[in-house]
Structure formats: structure tokens, C-alpha cells
Design a protein around this ligand. Sequence first.
Ligand SMILES: [Zn+2]
Length: 545
Amino acid sequence: MLTRLAGGRVIDPANGRDAVGDVYIRDGRIVDAPSGGEADETHDVTGNIVLAGAIDIHSHIAGGNETLGRLMLPELRYALDVVHPGHLPQPAGAWNTFETGHLYAAMGFTTVVEPAVLPHNALQSHLELADIPIIDKAALTVLGNDDFLLNLLRGRESPDAVRDYVAWTLATSRGLGIKVINAGGAAAFKDNVRAFSLDDEVPGYGVSSRAIVKALQRAVHELGLPHPLHVHCNNLGLAGNVETALATIAAAEGLPLHLAHLQFYAYGKDGPRSFSSAAARLAEAVNSAKSVTVDVGQVMFGQTVTISSDVLRQFNARNSARPKKYVIFDGDANGGGIVPYEYRSNDFYNAVQWAAGLELFLLTNDPWRVFFTTDHPNGAPFTAYPDIFALLMDRELRTRWMATMPKEAMAVTTLPSITREYTWPEIATMTRAAPAKLLGLKDRGHLAAGGVADIAVYAPDPDKAKMFREAALVFKNGELVVRDGKVVRQSFGRAFDVRPDAERAIEHRMRDYYDQRYGLPLDFMSVPEAAIGRPDPFERVPCNT
Ligand SMILES: [Zn+2]
């Protein structure tokens, strides 16, 4: 069947296209305009915006921490209900996989990356990801606080050994890339360390955080993984931590490095409360470090829950829990912490955080290197995205929001002076073309022939947030799944992974390690396709060779 989307403004930055025209779909793929052939089905999208499906590179939608968060905060579901009253046909529980897929699709998102899968928890995480309808998924595998890697580094083993270990772990856990969370900090926490920076050493191993980041960055680069090492820096959330982020940017040393939720590291110590936005300084550093990419981790106001495998940070933040309950658990490698939090617009610190995120968006020049995230649910649930798009595209709207916030908070940021408004092509780059490139997904994020027909159509509305919240049409693999913000068809997507080559020797070594340390067989952390229970649940993304 040939489907035609007729007469919309087609914006496809990956192919330099921004013009009124048509897009054709056949057998789940985008195809060139047929000569003289009539389409079997035509959607008139005159006056609408036609983009590729959006791709979210960092959103915590599966895994042990998310499950604990859901169990601890069933009331969060009501927050979603306020956003989408009566929208969901069968709310089957609290903040669940079903809602995750439907709400993402309604906004025009078709691929989402879960950025923190602990290797030992990979099977459970993939089962949860597979249960999320409509969207495609991928997982980033977490290393950097694990005993095996720290032992390799303590023993000054060769970079080849680290590379083989990274390759084996990725293939076994079916990750698309490697994430490091407060490198060494969670391991140090086991020795009662409460503050840990880039050049601090993990007690007992004598290995610095910097050495861990550099070893992983090198392994990721040499394996040719499309996604650079994804770094959650040290000192998240602390006043003055801009120095840590700047030092980490400098440590990239010209090789690819991705810094996650940079807003949480954009804090100086200026002003009457010794807490200020240092986002302008940070954006300047990002602008000049061409090998570095960042995502923002925008804060929005309201109730949420912070969930992180940065157990040191979560432990230190436990007393700020709103409401007063939290879970902190230690465990192999990272452990984790769940701390509920309510961001308030009349709170000085929260208002500075909100402004710092927007400053990062607006002062980073290159939409190919700054990515759209709230670090869901840490800065805000992903359901807040439509409001953030509106704020980026409309300075008047920002002015109205700022007027409701503490003046002394806005005084320690540069946001009031920023006039930039994001354009449609910039939005399309940041949320489609750039993330596809950053993840190595060559047939997504664009609208050229051969691409997967993941397409989102938006009907311009004076209320921009409404426009983004309720996409006019969304196609997934060429099938219409959303009309006027309502899911009309439920499909299931796939997960992307990479399977880089490793020397066979590493497998024997891992077998001995797990047998001797844990008495476990090697396959205890593998993710068999049969477990997912659907045909072709994984799609392999090639490495650069
Ligand atoms: Zn995160």
C-alpha cells in the first residue's frame, strides 16, 4: 500500500529539506514520489508540520530503580492523569509501561533510550522495555563502579583487556552503549566516602574517577561504538559543581564524550545564597569542545521522583525528600536511590535550576550537540516536554513564567537577557536528526527514501504545548498509531543493540570470575531473544570499523 502525506511543511534537517511538499510511505519505509502513481491512501496535512519521529536519548523508563519508584509513589499516576484526563483506555496500575508507550507516542516520540541498565539487571530491564508499546527502545549498560573493571585498572592491565570486557558486557546485556555514573563514586560510597571528585581515588583500588572515565572512553572509541561514552559526572546537584563539569569536558581531550543532564552540574556559588547558575560558562565550554555532546536534564515544576544509580548523591539528598520517604540500597557496583522531590516555582534553588536548564538550551549554539531531556523523571516527568518546547520557542512565554518566580533567583542567572527562540528546523535537529546520528541509527531521524516511516505531524496552535502534547498524526513503521493526540493502534517496537567483537579469552575469564565470586553460571546475566516472546525483538546497530 502506498500512503501519501500531502501538502505539509516537511522539515528534515538531515537532508537539508524545509519546504511544503509530500512524503510517501510503502511497506513501513519512506519512499520517493512515484512517477504518476496514485496513492492508495492520502492524508491531507496542508498547513501542518511534518517531522521524523522524535528520539529521546536519556529517559529512565525501565529497570529496578524505576520499579521501586513506581511502588513508592503510586500517587504520581494522578499527576499524569491531570495532564491527560480520561485519555488512557485502561490504566493498569501506577505510572506503568503501557502509559509510557502511549504518552510518548501521543507527543510524536517513536524511539526512547533507557540510559542506566545495570548488567546484572539486564534481563529484567529488557523485559520491561519490551512491555512498553509502540516505541522502539535501547538500553545503555552501566560500568565504572564494578569490581571487575576496577580490578583491571588496579592491576594496570592493558587497554585491550578493558576493551574486551566492555565488548563482552555490552553483548551479554544487549546494550547500545556504555554509561558511567559517578565513576568510582558508588564504589567509594561502600567505604563511607561522602564526597568524590574527578581526581579522587576509590579506596582499596587506588584508581581515580578520571582514570575510569578515560579507560571506558578509550574502549568505547576503539570498539567503534556509534554512541560515545555517556557520562553522569561526579558531584551532581552541588553548588560550585560547574568546576567538575568543566574539568570533565576538558578530559574529553578531543575524543567523543557525552555528558548527561548537564543542568544538574551548572551551578556556581555566587549571589546572596551562594548558589547561582553557571550555565553560561558551561555552554561556552561546550560550544568550544567540538567532540562533546550534552543533554540538558531540564527541571520543571511539580511533583516527581528522583531515581539514580548515583547512590552516593541520592544518599546525600535523602533529607530533601518531598514527601519524606526514600529508598537507598547498596549492591553490586552502583546500587541505587529513590528520593521523591517536588520542584517549586517559588523556591529560590528550584527556580535557579529551571533557568539554568533553559540557559544551556539557549546558549549552546549547535543543535546537533545539545539534546532534549528532563532526565525523566529526575528533572520532570517526560510528560512535561510539550511545555519545554513551548518555552524554547517563545521568549514571551519565558518572560511570563519568570515573572512568577523569585526575583533574586532570576538575578543569579542570565535567562532574562536571552532573546533566542528555537526555530522548527532547530527543534527537528535536536530531537530527530541529531539523536539518530548520536546513536548510530542510520534509518531513523530523517525523511529520505529508505528511512523507517516513523513520522510525526503537528498542527500549529497558538498553544504550542498543546500542539506538542497531541500530535495530529503519528506513524510508526508506516502505520498510523496516533490521531489528534489519541492512540488509535497499539503495536510493539524493538530494542537496538550493538554486538562488538571481543577475544574469546574474556569469556573464560568472566566464567571463572562469576563462578568464584558469586557461584553463578555465566548466562545468569544474558538476555535471550526467546525471553521477549516476540519475533525479532532486537535490531543490531553496526559498529564503526
Ligand atoms: Zn539519568
